[in-house]
Design a protein around this ligand. Structure first.
Ligand SMILES: *[C@@H]1O[C@H](CO)[C@@H](O)[C@H](O)[C@H]1NC(C)=O
Ligand SMILES: *[C@@H]1O[C@H](CO)[C@@H](O)[C@H](O)[C@H]1NC(C)=O
Ligand SMILES: *[C@@H]1O[C@H](CO)[C@@H](O)[C@H](O)[C@H]1NC(C)=O
Ligand SMILES: *[C@@H]1O[C@H](CO)[C@@H](O)[C@H](O)[C@H]1NC(C)=O
Ligand SMILES: *[C@@H]1O[C@H](CO)[C@@H](O)[C@H](O)[C@H]1NC(C)=O
Ligand SMILES: *[C@@H]1O[C@H](CO)[C@@H](O)[C@H](O)[C@H]1NC(C)=O
Ligand SMILES: *[C@@H]1O[C@H](CO)[C@@H](O)[C@H](O)[C@H]1NC(C)=O
Length: 350
């Protein structure tokens, strides 16, 4: 009986492997430092946010409006970096940064005109994944789209311990996107699935094999179930409206199914909203992946040396010496990773 089950299992798994192939994305990798591996030590470290989930939730719950955010480090990334929208701090000595390099700006159709569901011309550019060491030295550049592709806008990044998950979309609302998975050691990229919307933020729930995508302005989150046998296809399982207009989330990370939130899936997100042409507000939030409800949120008023709201572009999070640290790269062109540490807050703010 046992032997029978094992045999059936073997047949099923070999059948699944045979019936499924994940298409590779033609990519163009440039290595800048031939004596340094893209991932040090030849082993992928666990993702910082998801592996420190309970600790991060606990530290975020201690933040408030009076939290003293201190810039403890500025890591200048060897440029140019285009528009960075996703960042993964892998272990202690690597940054993977998504970069949109634009060659032609999009242009509004004007006067509220909508054509094919969207409001502007496609523009042109190329999607890149850049790799830096912990001091900002440029190690590699993988172009993940060809020049001329209409899908060239890279969004957020999430790292699940094996792959970096990313979106590449047209650079206009209500358009199209695809989800890609990149091997951090080789920068080989797989095409996972296509979506009929612009998608930016991406979060991979490793416990359920579900991918959450955030569309233009993070107004909607759609959830996709990856196929267990063939992970290059996915089924749409639902869309939740984002009820919070406080900031538009730019980059989020899977934060596990923490105890503090009844073991339900949550993510940590960062973003910014321009309320008027001169007034932006930024912040971070822990957000329910079931409902998009913010479970904890705090504003951050720090600005970069170039004057950008610090939460404008990508964010990763880690705990160093028991303190919460955010890794933010707000500026476009030549960018710096600002390392913010949450220090103190007023004891009256609970
Ligand atoms: C690959 O990238 C290099 C460096 O950016 C560039 O010189 C080369 O033309 C690219 N090749 C293709 C086929 O796009
Ligand atoms: C904030 O942190 C900095 C650096 O540790 C310190 O110099 C400053 O006094 C702190 N401010 C408050 C209000 O705690
Ligand atoms: C914009 O559309 C309105 C209403 O259709 C029209 O009255 C106006 O002339 C248009 N303006 C321009 C600049 O095309
Ligand atoms: C709208 O979509 C149609 C069909 O895909 C296409 O032929 C047309 O060029 C599109 N129009 C614009 C302005 O992009
Ligand atoms: C998106 O575009 C489709 C047509 O492609 C249109 O039917 C739909 O109303 C648009 N949705 C929004 C939110 O603009
Ligand atoms: C959000 O999703 C709902 C349901 O699919 C859809 O009706 C709505 O147009 C979407 N809104 C935006 C801004 O994408
Ligand atoms: C970026 O920095 C380099 C020097 O590192 C400089 O040559 C270049 O002009 C800068 N580019 C921008 C857009 O500031």
């Amino acid at each position: 009986m046992k032997l029978f089950v094992v045999l059936v299992g073997l047949v099923a798994s070999s059948y699944a492997k045979k019936s499924c192939s994940v298409p590779a994305i033609p990519r163009n990798v440039t290595i800048f430092q031939h004596d340094e591996p893209i991932v040090p030590g030849g082993r992928l470290p666990p993702p910082n946010p998801a592996s420190k989930s309970d600790q991060i939730v606990d530290l975020v719950q201690k933040l408030g409006r009076t939290t003293n955010w201190t810039i403890v480090d500025r890591i200048e990334l060897e440029g140019p970096c285009g528009e960075p929208e996703g960042i993964v701090k892998m272990g202690d000595d690597r940054f993977f940064v998504s970069s949109g390099m634009y060659t032609q700006a999009t242009m509004s159709f004007g006067n509220g005109t909508i054509i094919n569901g969207t409001d502007r011309t496609p523009g042109a550019g190329q999607a890149h994944m850049l790799v830096f060491d912990g001091k900002g030295k440029r190690l590699a550049d993988a172009a993940l789209s060809s020049s001329g592709d209409m899908l060239y806008h890279t969004g957020g990044f999430d790292y699940d311990g094996k792959s970096i998950w990313a979106t590449i979309a047209q650079y206009r609302p209500n358009s199209t996107a695809h989800v890609v998975r990149v091997d951090p050691q080789t920068l080989d990229a797989d095409f996972m699935f296509s979506v009929d919307d612009h998608e930016g933020g991406i979060v991979m729930d490793t416990k359920t094999d579900q991918v959450l995508l955030l569309n233009w302005g993070s107004r909607n989150a759609s959830k996709w179930q990856l196929d267990k046998h063939c992970d290059s296809s996915a089924t749409h399982i639902g869309t939740s409206r984002n009820p919070s207009f406080y900031v538009d989330y730019q980059d989020c990370k899977f934060l596990g199914h923490p105890r503090a939130y009844d073991y339900r899936p949550v993510m940590i997100c960062s973003g910014v909203t321009a309320l008027t042409s001169t007034f932006s507000i930024g912040g971070i939030a822990i957000v329910s992946m079931d409902t998009m409800t913010p479970l904890d949120e705090v504003p951050i008023s720090v600005v970069s040396d170039a004057g950008a709201a610090i939460n404008q572009n990508p964010m990763d999070v880690d705990v160093v010496d028991g303190k919460l640290r955010l890794y933010l790269a707000p500026d476009v062109g030549n960018t710096t990773v600002y390392v913010l540490e949450a220090q103190t807050r007023s004891p009256y703010e609970f």
